[in-house]
Design a protein around this ligand. Structure first.
Ligand SMILES: [Zn+2]
Length: 71
């Protein structure tokens, strides 16, 4: 674990891929990735067609799945 550069700027290191989950928006039958928010406590995004927002909590009471259906 390399933590030497953590806590410096605020922007995550570019070598660190942004975590995301795949979500299937059943409202419009479209698949999309949504990304972790700044707080790091949820994945947030919106349907590309109808712009319905989704928020998936991470951790306690949340989910550890990687793929979802938005209803
Ligand atoms: Zn939609």
């Amino acid at each position: 674990m390399d933590t030497a550069n953590s806590g410096a700027g605020g922007a995550p290191a570019s070598r660190e891929p942004r975590p995301f989950v795949g979500i299937n928006f059943t409202c419009c039958n479209v698949y999309r990735r949504i990304y972790k928010n700044r707080a790091g406590d949820a994945y947030e995004g919106s349907c590309p067609k109808c712009l319905k927002k989704v928020k998936l909590m991470i951790g306690a009471g949340g989910t550890s799945n990687r793929f979802f259906d938005a209803k």
